[in-house]
Design a protein around this ligand. Structure first.
Ligand SMILES: [Zn+2]
Length: 72
């Protein structure tokens, strides 16, 4: 498991840190890192995050072009 801060909040305690499965033994569920309440399936996480974004915001990872290397 890894613990990450997401743009989601736990429906139980309002926490915004969640544990994500990283191995086969971890299952496929995302849980609140604070109260361990079930949040969603890991495969649905991207969709859940997208749902929190305003419609006008392109859902592109910030690293996909904003951080291009500049020749010295
Ligand atoms: Zn919680």
């Amino acid at each position: 498991m890894i613990t990450v801060a997401l743009d989601l909040s736990c429906t139980i305690c309002g926490h915004s840190r969640f544990t994500l499965p990283v191995g086969q033994d971890d299952g496929d569920s995302v849980h609140c890192a604070n109260c361990t309440a079930y949040k969603c399936k890991a495969m649905d996480l991207e969709r859940a995050l997208m749902a929190t974004l305003p419609p006008s915001m392109p859902a592109v990872p910030a690293s996909s072009g904003a951080a291009q290397a500049v020749p010295a």
